[in-house]
Design a protein around this ligand. Structure first.
Ligand SMILES: *Cc1c(COP(=O)(O)O)cnc(C)c1O
Length: 424
C-alpha cells in the first residue's frame, strides 16, 4: 500500500481492497443493498450476520422455553460478560466494565459519583467539542450542586484544547470529562497526558469513548483512566439504541456511590430488604433489570471486533482515512470543501468532517439521489464515517466521485436549505 502517494484511480481502489487482509470481514455483516455506500457506521453500525440467529435463539429457546428460570441460567451475568468483552478491547481489567443503560445515563451516574467523592472540590472541566448530551447531563448535575463551576474550554472547532485543559486542572478540580474522539471533528485526545495531570491534582477523569471504542485503541488501565462510558451501537455494531457500557477503575469502585441506587446494585436484591445496602465491584453501578435481548445483540457485535483485534482495525482505519484525505486534496478541496478534521493521523479517529457552505443540501442529495449515506453535523459538516470492518476503499473512491458530481452538477439545488428535525 503506498504510504504517501496515491494515483486516485478506481483500479487503485480495487487493488487496495484486494490487498486488504480485513476485506473478508464484510461478509460478517448484512449488506442488503450492495449499491449503497454506507458511511455512517460511526453513528449506527451495520447488522452482524450472526445477530438475528442469536436473538432468535434467545427469544425462542431461552425466553420461550425457560421463562423466569433464564435469570438463573445466564441472563443475570450478561451485563458482566458483555462488559468484560468490551473491557478487553479498551484495556480494562475483568470486572471493571459493565453494560447497562445509555451513555448519557451512565455519564450522569459516574459524573455525579465523582463530584460527590471530590467534595468540596468545585470544578468540572470539559470542552466545546464534547457531545451535546454530555454537556446537558453536566448542566443538569450542576443543579444538584449549585456551587460547582462548570468550565467548557473553547477550541478552534477541530482540535481539542489540550494545553488549556491541562493548565486549568488544579486542586479544586473534581472532574475532567471529555470525549476521547470528538464526534464532529474526529480529534483524538492524548488520554494519558490528561490522566497524568488530573491524577497529580487528585482530580478524576471520565472519558466518553463512544466514537473510539471499536475504532481507536484505548488502554484505560495503562493510561491511568479513572472512569469511562461509551456507546455500543456505533463501531461495536450492537444495534439501534443498544445499551451502553461504563468503566470504573477497580481501586475506585468501593469509594464511589451510585446516585441511581437501584436494586441491581443491592447486596442481595432478591432478599427485597427495605434498606439500601450497596454491593461492591462493578455491579455497584447497575441500577435496574438488564436489557437481556439488547445485551445479547451487543455481545454478537463486540465478538467480531474482539476476534479481529483493535490494532488491525485501527491500521486499516488509518490507511482509509489517509486515502480519503488524499482524495479530498485532489478532488474536493478545489470544490470548496474544507477538512475539518486533524491532519495528524495519531490525533484523529475513524471519521472525517468536510465543511462546505452547502453541506446540508449536499448531504440530502447524496442520500436521496446518489446512494451514499453520510450524515450532516451543523453548521456545515458532511461527516464521512469509515468502519474498517466493512467499508471498502472502492466505496470511499465512489463516494468522493459522487460528492463531486452533486456539486459540479448542482444536484443539491433541488433541496431546501432549511434543516428540519429528522435524523440525517
Ligand atoms: C453517540 C454519542 C452519545 C450518545 O449517547 P446516548 O445516551 O446513547 O444517546 C454520547 N456521547 C458521545 C460522545 C457520542 O458520540
Amino acid at each position: 500500500m503506498p504510504d504517501t502517494e496515491y494515483h486516485l484511480t478506481r483500479s487503485e481502489a480495487v487493488e487496495l481492497d484486494s490487498a486488504d487482509a480485513l476485506s473478508v470481514l464484510r461478509s460478517r455483516f448484512v449488506v442488503d443493498d450492495p449499491g449503497l455506500i454506507y458511511l455512517d457506521g460511526n453513528s449506527l453500525g451495520r447488522l452482524p450476520v450472526e445477530t438475528p440467529t442469536r436473538l432468535e435463539n434467545l427469544v425462542r429457546h431461552e425466553w420461550g422455553a425457560q421463562l423466569i428460570r433464564g435469570w438463573n441460567s445466564g441472563w443475570m451475568d450478561l451485563p458482566f460478560v458483555a462488559g468484560d468483552l468490551i473491557g478487553g478491547i479498551i484495556g480494562a481489567r475483568n470486572g471493571e466494565v459493565v453494560v447497562a443503560d445509555s451513555t448519557s445515563v451512565n455519564l450522569f451516574k459516574l459524573a455525579a459519583a465523582a463530584v460527590q467523592l471530590g467534595q468540596p472540590r468545585r470544578k468540572i472541566i470539559t470542552d466545546n467539542l464534547n457531545f451535546p448530551s454530555d454537556l446537558y447531563v453536566l448542566q443538569g448535575l450542576r443543579k444538584f450542586y449549585p456551587a460547582l463551576e462548570f468550565i467548557v474550554v473553547p477550541s478552534d472547532g477541530v482540535h481539542g484544547p489540550a494545553d488549556a485543559i491541562v493548565d486549568l486542572i488544579d486542586d479544586d478540580t473534581a472532574l475532567v470529562t471529555l470525549s476521547h474522539t470528538a464526534f464532529k471533528s474526529g480529534y483524538v485526545y492524548d488520554i494519558e497526558a490528561i490522566n497524568q495531570v488530573a491524577r497529580r491534582h487528585g482530580a478524576l477523569t471520565l472519558w466518553d469513548l463512544s466514537h473510539s471504542v471499536g475504532s481507536v485503541p484505548v488502554n484505560l488501565a495503562a493510561s491511568g483512566a479513572d472512569l469511562a462510558v461509551g456507546c455500543t451501537y456505533k463501531y461495536l455494531n450492537g444495534g439501534p439504541g443498544a445499551p451502553a457500557f461504563l468503566f470504573v477503575r477497580e481501586a475506585l469502585q468501593a469509594r464511589l456511590q451510585n446516585p441511581i441506587s437501584g436494586w441491581m446494585s443491592q447486596q442481595r436484591p432478591f432478599d427485597f430488604a427495605l434498606d439500601y445496602d450497596p454491593t461492591g465491584g462493578i455491579r455497584r453501578f447497575l441500577t435496574g433489570t438488564p436489557s437481556v435481548l439488547a445485551i445479547a445483540a451487543v455481545v454478537a457485535g463486540v465478538e467480531v471486533v474482539a476476534e479481529v483485534g483493535i490494532e488491525a482495525i485501527r491500521k486499516k482505519s488509518v490507511a482509509q482515512i489517509a486515502y480519503l484525505e488524499a482524495l479530498w486534496r485532489a478532488r474536493l478541496q478545489p470544490l470548496g470543501f474544507s477538512f475539518n478534521t486533524p491532519f495528524v493521523p495519531q490525533r484523529r479517529g475513524s471519521h472525517v468532517s468536510l465543511g462546505h457552505p452547502e453541506g446540508y443540501r449536499i448531504d440530502l442529495a447524496l442520500i436521496n439521489d446518489m446512494g451514499v449515506l453520510p450524515d450532516f453535523r451543523s453548521p456545515d459538516n458532511l461527516r464521512l464515517g469509515i468502519a474498517p470492518l466493512y467499508t471498502r476503499f472502492e466505496e470511499i473512491f465512489s463516494a468522493v466521485e459522487r460528492i463531486e458530481r452533486v456539486v459540479n452538477e448542482r444536484i443539491y439545488e433541488r433541496y431546501p436549505t432549511d434543516s428540519g428535525d429528522s435524523v440525517t
